[in-house]
Design a binder for this molecule. Structure first.
Ligand code: MG
Length: 278
């Protein structure tokens, strides 16, 4: 019996000393999103980058409205000079900040799309810096605003309510929110929705965080980079790119758009990419 008591006391001493040293243990276990999400949530640089994009956009908007030859959509067909002006904005990481959802993934050791639909319908995403102000100014100038999102149509109402609660203009109804699969032919490739809007409006600016928000779809890394360079004269005036270090089609392109790539293989491919870039 005495022996057992001695063992128990020894175990307590060991446990106590372990808990004492825990804060000094160097953890290397991490999540791929950790750095990106902290940058979005804590850095002055992210705030400044978003404001820079939207303040510059506003500056260009007046020139866009005054110039009837100006369009920001490769889908726009002539003649469009007399059509009413419109702006297209993507939703996630363009006007709404979902970094709190990303933080959840890190803390839970989880990955997208786990909990995504639930997050959207909590309607807690917050406006990106400068986004509401930019769109309110556009609204004052009589520009139609279309929120073109690849959120699934079943999230359409939640998305609309979240946008409205954050003070975004033209959200009296869900009509201006154009979700994926809301109509036949409105797939993940947003070109059909841009084409739909271009039939009735002159698209003067597009804002997004993903090249696919502007043009192209499921292109290779090389094609994506070539496309971005081809449209060099449109960046910052016609096309407004918001920074998103957390996710995007750039990553999907690295994985060759293969949905079957599991977590460990995806990591391996990413490490191989680093080596090939040396
Ligand atoms: Mg987005």
């Amino acid at each position: 019996m005495k022996f057992l008591i001695a063992i128990a006391i020894l175990a307590c001493v060991v446990l106590a000393s372990c808990s004492h040293t825990t804060p000094y243990v160097y953890y290397r276990q991490t999540h791929e999103l950790l750095h990106s999400v902290l940058w979005m949530q804590r850095s002055a640089e992210y705030y400044a980058a978003c404001e820079t994009v939207y303040l510059g956009a506003l500056d260009a908007l007046d020139r866009a409205l005054a110039d009837s030859d100006w369009t920001a959509a490769s889908e726009q067909k002539l003649p469009f000079g007399t059509k009413p002006p419109a702006i297209i904005v993507d939703v996630d990481e363009t006007v709404l900040d979902n970094s709190f959802y990303e933080a959840r993934l890190i803390l839970d050791g989880s990955n997208y799309p786990n909990g995504w639909d639930e997050w959207c319908c909590e309607e807690k995403a917050v406006a990106l810096p400068g986004a509401v102000e930019y769109l309110k100014e556009a609204d004052k100038r009589g520009v139609a605003i279309f929120y073109v999102t690849n959120r699934d149509v079943k999230l359409d109402e939640c998305t609309w309510r979240n946008l409205r609660a954050q003070g975004f203009p033209q959200t009296a109804t869900a009509e201006q929110v154009l979700s994926k699969d809301e109509h036949e032919g409105w797939g993940s490739d947003k070109s059909t929705r841009r084409d739909y809007i271009a039939r009735t409006h002159r698209i003067v600016q597009i804002a997004g965080d993903n090249l696919d928000d502007f043009a192209g779809y499921k292109q290779t890394t090389e094609e994506r980079n070539a496309l971005a360079k081809n449209y060099m004269s449109w960046w910052g005036t016609h096309w407004l790119m918001l920074p998103n270090p957390a996710y995007g089609s750039w990553e999907r392109a690295l994985l060759k758009y293969d949905n079957g790539v599991g977590d460990s293989l995806a990591l391996r491919i990413k490490y191989e990419e680093l080596k090939s870039g040396r």
